[in-house]
Write a protein that binds this ligand. Structure first.
Ligand code: FCB
Length: 478
């Protein structure tokens, strides 16, 4: 039995646009995701979050589900499009929804972890330039002030923004996510403005004594395919863009020199950085939210790969511009989204965070696996692969705790199946199956397993099935 420290916060996570639906209820305004999802060709089968899990109406039932699971913490996000009107005035009806939710959590003994911004920029702000416009950072801080002012008596763990890397690089460079631009110079400017918005919001939360401040950042350890200098250099640069660009800014108040040099000619790029911005961005935090899905392996060479290696769908034009390609071993197990399953590097990134960036409390604010779960004729959803995935990752966290990393909680992605951005309702990440036709929730086998983990505050290995590659299965589904 692997035991976790006393008081470890076991949780689950979601985000507003991915679960709420009720797209125009109570004065909600459109976000960039409403517009993007309704643009033909942008999402899988044109799917949108108009209804999603209908959580805005079914929140009470969902709270009961969380209580049944025995959650100690729940991470949700607060839609900016619900909390304020276009002119910045508070929208009381929207704020009331989150108050009911947070109070409902507290009544059930669950600690609310609120993210102030999870990809869903109001379209009216996008129309003024979105994250390419410096002013958006100040508008985000206004939303942060309205929300934390209204809810600070019931929420005391705040995350300013979610995954600045994903939003800036997948939104502005690869174009996979909203707003779908393809310009690395823009991605850098968007990243800087997002980070500035984070810093300004963190200051607002501090000044208003609203509680503990953090943010959620996705990190992917990057390793070279071989020790050849070209591979090592490529891995270093990809690590710079994916990880250090954000961690150096937040914890050291600077951008990494190698990334700055590499992108020196891009516009607007780093030219948007103004005096004192880095001081704001590096406002001290109470905790770090780490989202972990996979580690990356890259090569810096062109041409054919050595036998036993294959290029992954994670390779993007941005990496290729850096002279890098993402690769995996051909026997590497991957999820239905093609993400490599790499629990081995999870401990490493946690230890590196403590050693190189900050020895502060860490919450794993997302970690989970996409599958193509199905309901059996008996009405059961059996997902042993998810149990294995979570077991391996929890083991990795346990090892990091043994190394002295202050991991205080684990909020798995996700409480329930939901709208997976450009991939729509294809990949399922939930512990709970959602039948999107009827909105019926069916706890999966992993839900029952997780409930036991929480109740015991520990893990009982071994795995649910032998851990072996199932590339073929992944390819068929992918
Ligand atoms: C992360 C996002 C989250 C979810 C997971 C699978 O990048 O923060 O909303 O979509 O991926």
């Amino acid at each position: 039995m692997i035991r976790f420290p006393e008081g470890f916060l076991w949780g689950a996570a979601t985000s507003a646009y991915q679960i709420e639906g009720a797209a125009s209820a109570d004065g909600r305004r459109p976000s960039v995701w409403d517009v993007f999802a309704h643009t033909p060709g942008k999402t899988f089968h044109g799917q949108t979050g108009d209804i999603a899990c209908d959580h805005y109406r079914r929140w009470e039932q969902d709270l009961d589900l969380m209580a049944e699971l025995g959650l100690k913490a729940y991470r949700f996000s607060i839609a900016w499009t619900r909390t304020t009107h276009e002119d910045g005035r508070p929208n009381q009806r929207g704020l009331d929804f989150y108050r009911r939710l947070a109070e409902g959590l507290r009544d059930r003994g669950i600690v609310p972890f609120a993210t102030l911004y999870h990809f869903d920029l109001p379209q009216s702000v996008e129309d003024k330039g979105g994250w390419l416009n410096r002013d958006t950072a100040y508008r985000l801080a206004e939303h942060a002030q309205v929300v934390t002012g209204a809810l600070k008596d019931t929420v005391d763990h705040w995350m300013t923004i979610n995954e600045a890397y994903v939003e800036s690089f997948l939104g502005y460079a690869t174009g996979e996510l909203s707003p779908g631009h393809q310009d690395t110079g823009e991605a850098l400017a968007a990243a800087h403005h997002l980070l500035l918005g984070h810093g300004l919001s963190a200051q607002t939360i501090r000044e208003g004594n609203a509680g503990k401040v953090g943010l959620a950042t996705s990190l992917s350890p990057v390793h070279p395919m071989t020790q050849a200098p070209a591979d090592v250099a490529a891995a270093r640069l990809v690590d710079g863009v994916n990880n250090r660009l954000f961690l150096d800014a937040i914890f050291k108040g600077t951008y990494p020199t190698d990334v700055q040099e590499r992108y020196a000619d891009l516009r607007p790029g780093f030219t948007v950085v103004q005096d004192r911005d880095m001081e704001v961005i590096s406002t001290p935090l109470d905790f770090f939210g780490l989202n972990f899905y996979y580690g990356r392996t890259v090569t810096g060479t062109d041409g054919d790969l050595p036998s036993g290696w294959a290029e992954t769908p994670l390779s993007t034009p941005v990496e290729r511009d850096l002279g890098a390609r993402d690769v995996v071993r051909t026997d590497q197990e991957t999820t239905v989204m093609g993400w490599p399953i790499t629990p081995n590097v999870f401990t490493e990134i946690l230890c590196r965070f403590k050693t190189d960036f900050a020895d502060i409390p860490v919450y794993i604010t997302e970690n989970g696996v996409s599958l193509h779960d199905q309901v059996s004729p008996e009405g059961v959803v059996h997902d042993p692969e998810r149990i294995d995935f979570l077991t391996l990752h929890l083991n990795a966290i346990h090892n990091a705790i043994a190394e002295g990393v202050q991991v205080k909680g684990y909020l798995t992605w996700s409480l329930m199946d939901n709208f997976e951005w450009a991939q729509g309702y294809g990949p399922r990440f939930g512990l709970t199956y959602v039948d999107f036709g009827t909105q019926r929730r069916i706890p999966k086998t992993s839900f029952h397993w997780y409930r036991d983990v929480i109740a015991r505050n520990g893990l009982n290995p071994p795995l649910a099935r032998p851990h072996e590659p199932d590339q073929e299965e992944a390819k068929q589904h992918g």
